[in-house]
Design a protein around this ligand. Structure first.
Ligand code: ZN
Length: 689
């Protein structure tokens, strides 16, 4: 549950302040020669509601040949999982993608028409979302063209090889695919959230087929944990289906479902193993390979333990079925990968935070019963990303904290990362885009954001990942699944509140993380602006907020607005018909963050489902329609895309005979080209799995 996504409001940061940050800045200058760097194109294009960016990989050239080669193989393993993510998101996603790509290549009709332009946008949005559902809202993407037009495209792509299945005619195929793509009433939502009705049959993801929520819950209730203190992540790597009337699982492993893609991932992991930096890496890659071969959950835990305990290696990676956001029951994990190496200079900052983890735990406002007596191995680092794959591509988190299993985190620690070359690219791409000026109330607020925003944002991520998720403990007998469909929102709130509460603590200055608490003020303003206003740009008018991080942000901001009303902690102002929210008392706001943190920890620790549900439903879900309309209009005038994603750098192995001489890094800038290249070169799964 521990992925931190970019809050929309923090993407307008201007220049970088701290020593570690400006160092990142300097490093970025080194990646290309200096004349080239100032022209480095961070933003390449914008379509639908997304922008496509590029990220740089500072210091790649300084890595040893071994490390570069290790990264190269891990990156290949990252790219081979792409089809799995598509298929997990929806059973017909690969059929759709292959159809769209064939049309794009072979259509010989008018390619300049309005409809064809809409087709192009749709295709790019499908690539961006790893399927036909919006990557964030999980609702079916609109097409902008009709069924008839789709049929025309297919019929006028004469040489095309469409994914027509054995038992169907071309006409069947056209009927099927146009129903899937163009009918807004079918397969409406990837992750259905309304728990008053069946979450499984109403969700279009491909984690379950032919089974009801009740059947799934019953099935899993009969599987016993062999060791309740060290529970397996049961069901994390399988699809639940019905065979001959019986509920059963199809395991994702080398000789099971997704086997062909997993075989490729394993192949490249094995190659990586031969050029690893140290024995620790070799040991956990061995475990990971063995897990992919067998699907065995005990091996998965063993891998995670070894991986979590390796805090020394420079190069690191995530590769597997990791996050459960895509399953309304929070059990099935979507495949993802991130390959990276440590940013040594900026990591000094997170080391200070993790070295003081016990102090933060002991001094938090939560009830003593819910505090960890001994905070174990919270290791935090700032990383430089080299490759994104699966669910982390093209849209990526900016921070990650893994592994997810609570008992492993407690007994073996966890690794928390801040992806700074990604946030840096966001900041660079949004220079002067006008969002800050539009939604901040005063020149002082704008000044504060410009001066302190970037570092404050990164430190928020550090605290959220490194301390927030890792803090606190459950009372004995309380299950981590107690919060069900509210789990993700509540968990993100808890982590955010931990970060927000401490940002304003004098300890931050004492530790040298901030030179002044004005950094915290900048973050508080940005958080409230975003939680109450700016993020609404991402939600369709008239709709509720669905996504966990967005619910969490509104929950916190609205709760504080309401509870602080009698002291006017946050004041709503209207100027020239525009709404603003202004913080008048930062210290009181901090106290409110502390109070809410206390309550959130109580809810989690005691498993108080009703309280969790009530607080999310009351503050996190509903949107004031008038304000929503206003925000959408103001945002639309800025002509900005509320979401961003990335083109990966391209790595090439340079060989002399069989000997690897170097690994070259390039920065392609064509989204379509990269997507087609990945579909051509990293696609072995059948159309339907
Ligand atoms: Zn998080």
């Amino acid at each position: 549950m521990n992925k931190y996504l970019l809050p929309i409001a923090s993407s307008f940061l201007f220049f970088l302040m701290s020593c570690s940050n400006s160092n990142q800045n300097n490093n970025a200058m080194n990646t290309t020669d200096s004349t080239e760097n100032k022209d480095f194109k961070f933003l390449t294009e914008q379509f639908g509601d997304v922008k496509i960016l590029r990220y740089q990989v500072p210091d790649f050239e300084q890595l040893s040949l071994n490390q570069k080669e290790y990264i190269y193989y891990l990156s290949e393993a990252a790219l081979w999982g792409r089809d799995i993510t598509f298929d997990q998101n929806f059973k017909y996603n690969l059929v759709v993608r292959r159809t769209l790509e064939e049309i794009y290549r072979k259509y010989n009709g008018d390619r300049n028409s309005e409809s064809f332009k809409n087709f192009l946008v749709y295709m790019k949005r499908v690539w961006f979302s790893n399927g036909i559902h919006h990557h964030y809202s999980t609702e079916k993407l609109p097409t902008g063209f009709s069924k008839e037009y789709l049929a025309e495209l297919i019929n006028n792509s004469s040489e095309a090889k469409f994914p027509i299945q054995k038992n169907e005619t071309k006409e069947d195929f056209i009927n099927k695919i146009s129903e899937i793509i163009c009918n807004p009433e079918t397969y409406k939502k990837r992750v259905f959230q309304d728990s008053s009705t069946d979450l499984i049959t109403n969700s279009s993801n491909n984690f379950y087929e032919g089974v009801s929520q009740e059947e799934v819950e019953k099935y899993y209730s009969t599987i016993n944990q062999p060791d309740t203190n060290h529970p397996f992540s049961i069901g994390i790597n399988s699809k639940v289906v019905k065979e001959n009337g019986k509920v059963t699982e199809q395991i994702w492993k080398k000789d099971g479902m997704y086997g062909k893609a997993i075989e490729k991932i394993v192949y490249y992991l094995e190659l990586a193993k031969n050029v690893e930096e140290n024995d620790k890496q070799k040991a956990y890659i061995d475990k990971l390979v063995s897990y992919y071969n067998t699907g065995d959950l005990k091996t998965w835990d063993e891998y995670n333990i070894l991986w979590a305990e390796d805090t020394e290696s420079l190069v690191d990676f995530v590769n597997g079925f990791i996050e459960v956001y895509g399953d309304p029951l929070g059990r099935k994990a979507t495949w993802e990968s991130v390959v990276n190496f440590k940013n040594l200079e900026a990591t000094k900052r997170t080391k200070i935070i993790s070295d003081n983890a016990q102090w933060f735990e002991d001094n938090s406002p939560v009830d003593d019963r819910f505090k960890k007596k001994e905070v174990k191995g919270v290791s935090a680092k700032v990383i430089t990303v080299v490759a994104l794959g699966g669910d982390c591509y093209p849209s990526t988190p900016i921070g990650i904290n893994l592994p997810n299993a609570d008992w492993i985190r407690k007994e073996h620690g966890s690794k928390s990362v801040t992806m700074e070359n990604i946030t840096y690219a966001y900041d660079q791409a949004s220079l002067g885009n006008g969002s800050l000026e539009e939604f901040a109330y005063s020149p002082e607020e704008i000044e504060l954001a410009k001066k302190y925003g970037p570092l404050a944002g990164n430190i928020h991520t550090d605290l959220h990942e490194c301390l927030g998720h890792g803090s606190g403990q459950l009372l004995e007998g309380v299950s981590t699944e107690a919060m069900k469909n509210y789990h993700s929102t509540l968990e993100e709130s808890r982590a955010d509140l931990f970060a927000l509460y401490y940002m304003m603590d004098p300890k931050m200055v004492e530790l040298g993380l901030f030179t002044t608490l004005d950094f915290a003020k900048a973050e508080y303003s940005s958080y409230i602006r975003n939680g109450l206003m700016v993020q609404l740009a991402r939600v369709d008018l008239g709709k509720d907020i669905e996504q966990a991080h967005m619910r969490n942000r509104q929950l916190i901001a609205k709760w504080c607005l309401e509870k602080g009303a009698k002291d006017s902690v946050i004041v709503k102002k209207i100027r020239d018909g525009k709404t603003y929210f202004v913080i008048t008392d930062y210290l009181k706001l901090r106290t409110l963050f502390g109070e809410l943190l206390k309550e959130m920890q109580r809810i989690k620790s005691t498993g108080d489902y009703d309280a969790g549900k009530n607080i999310v439903e009351k503050y996190g879900v509903k949107v004031d329609l008038e304000l929503h309309k206003e925000i959408k209009e103001r945002y639309a005038k800025l002509n900005l895309a509320p979401y961003g994603g990335f083109i990966n750098p391209k790595l090439t192995l340079v060989k002399e005979g069989e000997v690897v001489k170097d690994v070259i890094i390039e920065y392609p800038d064509d989204f379509i080209k990269q997507m087609l290249e990945y579909s051509d070169n990293y696609s072995v799964l059948p159309d339907i799995n």
